[in-house]
Ligand binder design. Structure first.
Ligand code: ADP
Length: 529
């Protein structure tokens, strides 16, 4: 890219008023200015926008910024325009503009005034825009929220998949892709789909050391949350619920208990929604009870707790939602309530979806279950999920979770594990959890009948233990990588290398499970709802 000999620190000060770059911003910007493709993985609040805004301001031509939400685009554009006395260096090109406005934007681009052009992917598809963009000087393309490209991300947008083809039509341009979702799977998907496997990758740690992670069984959940929230009187917090109905009910329950709470969900009319959000931001309301519709683009630094009344669909969502706590670096307590039945409910929702979506959904749910039931350091579990190693003894924030402050007793279940692995091998890795448990418990069901498993030597071999105990063994064996659920066959359990090594006694590692952190709520559930 053509740029004069530039002092980046001076430009940073001049345009943004900051004295220092944050994290890897400077290296990112330098690499982009050299004309290379760049891939930035930074947690929310890491300062991603500046990684393309600053280079756009100092490069010749207009940078195209692809962004998924028109509402967010407008905020971004206002923010950038606020930086400059010129007040017209960033524009939006999308369906919200009328003909005259569109022409004005095009004129400004042609005149070289526009440094940043925000477009939605569905606008980019329009032939006339593409033709126009071919005729003007473009500096580079930034793809914000790049995880929208991947079905494995938490916010898949099919239109994102076309971006690469369209960009190639416009010109041979450097691309910077940015996201705060960084599972290895999503990362791989983004790079492949955007044809940027050679991109220089900048990945910052996703660790949020000031957040405390806790999971509780979902028993007496209303009472527990009221008690918890009451301790934070006058402080800000978010309670996430799965359904709109629950949001309404629970915000009322908090109000009845003297807590200054308001509801937020997509079913409320626009005026009420905006008003409730503003009241929360202006601290006229302490707690917002919300569906996942709440939070995109919300930047309230002093949120002291994020509670999940219902467990979310994926760990990405969990990380994003809990990430709204403690942005100022102060206390941020992330409390999730877990009942295996909620996972079953979410699995049932998935049953109505197309096969590919269902398979992905099940995998993601499996990770959520693993997280909730683990007796490992929760930060380590989360960061591992994002492809990051974490030292549970000395890492930053290592002691900030329930499993560290209140470790559960571990039980050696190696014998049971081996029995399970032998059974799976004996049955040639063809069955799912439900049917394996039926065999172990010696209970007939349609599968056991059609495969005549009643005659198998393992039929009834696990009767000494409860059905729930076997469920826990299977889940924890999956989390600890002795088993894996096959995606292709929708949950059939297969032995991993580690599982095979355990069977052949090459692996002598004990299989420890957390006996106390079981979430068998059948008996205690009655008074919880
Ligand atoms: P992200 O898009 O990664 O969530 P943002 O781009 O919204 O993060 O930046 C988060 C906050 O950090 C913003 O308030 C922004 O002004 C601030 N910020 C970004 N870069 C710097 C910097 N170099 N110095 C100080 N603050 C910064």
């Amino acid at each position: 890219m053509k740029t004069k000999n530039i002092n980046l620190s001076q430009e940073l000060k001049k345009h943004f008023g900051f004295s220092n770059f944050k994290g890897q911003q400077k290296e990112v910007i330098q690499t982009l200015l050299e004309g290379k493709d760049v891939f930035v993985l930074m947690p929310t609040g890491g300062g991603k926008s500046l990684c393309y805004q600053l280079p756009a301001l100092i490069s010749e031509g207009t940078a195209i910024v692809v962004s998924p939400l028109i509402a967010l685009m407008k905020n971004q554009v206002d923010a950038v325009n606020g930086l400059s006395e010129d007040n017209g260096i960033a524009h939006v090109l999308n369906s919200s503009l009328n003909k005259a406005q569109t022409n004005q934007v095009m004129q400004d681009i042609r005149a070289g005034k526009t440094k940043l052009l925000y477009v939605a992917p569905e606008s980019l598809i329009k032939e006339e825009y593409q033709e126009f963009l071919k005729t003007v000087k473009i500096s580079f393309v930034a793809i914000d929220e790049a995880h929208c490209i991947s079905e494995w991300g938490h916010d898949f947008r099919p239109e994102y998949r076309n971006i690469k083809t369209i960009v190639d039509k416009i010109a041979d341009l450097p691309v910077i892709a940015l996201t705060a979702t960084a599972t290895p799977k999503v990362q791989d998907d983004i790079q492949k789909t955007l044809g940027m496997t050679n991109a220089i990758v900048f990945k910052e740690s996703f660790n949020r050391p000031n957040l405390f992670y806790e999971v509780r069984p979902k028993v007496n959940v209303d009472r527990e949350i009221v008690k918890f929230v009451s301790k934070y009187k006058g402080k800000s917090g978010i309670v996430y619920c799965l359904s709109r109905r629950k949001v309404e009910e629970f915000s009322q329950l908090l109000q009845v208990n003297g807590i200054n709470a308001l509801p937020y969900h997509a079913g409320l009319d626009q005026k009420t929604r905006v008003a409730n959000q503003d009241k929360f931001l202006m601290e006229e309301a302490d707690v917002i009870v919300a569906t996942i519709a709440f939070g995109m683009g919300i930047d309230k630094p002093d949120v002291r707790f994020v509670i999940h009344y219902d467990i979310p669909k994926s760990l990405e969502s969990y990380y994003q939602e809990t990430g709204r706590a403690g942005r100022d670096g102060g206390e941020g307590h992330c409390l999730a309530f877990y009942d295996p039945k909620d996972i079953e409910k979410l699995e049932k929702f998935l049953a109505q979806k197309p096969v590919s979506e269902r398979e992905i959904g099940l995998q993601l749910l499996n990770e959520v279950t693993g997280y909730t039931e683990t007796s490992m350091n929760r930060r380590q579990y989360l960061l591992n999920y994002f492809g990051e190693q974490f030292d549970p003894e000395n890492g930053e924030g290592a002691k900030m979770c329930d499993n560290s402050t209140n470790p559960v007793a571990l039980k050696d279940a190696t014998k049971e594990l081996i029995k399970l692995l032998q059974l799976i091998k004996e049955l040639e890795e063809k069955f799912r959890t439900k049917d394996l448990i039926a065999v172990l418990m010696g209970v007939e069901n349609p599968t056991t009948k059609s495969y005549k498993l009643e005659n198998n030597k393992y039929f009834g071999a696990g009767r000494k233990e409860s059905e729930n105990y076997w469920k826990t063994i299977i889940r924890q064996a999956t989390v600890q990588n002795f088993l894996q659920k096959d995606i292709e066959t929708y949950g059939v359990l297969k032995l991993t290398e580690k599982g095979l090594a355990t069977l052949s006694k090459k692996n002598k590692e004990a299989f420890l499970i957390s006996e106390d952190r079981q979430y068998d709520l059948a008996q205690t559930k009655a008074d919880s709802d």
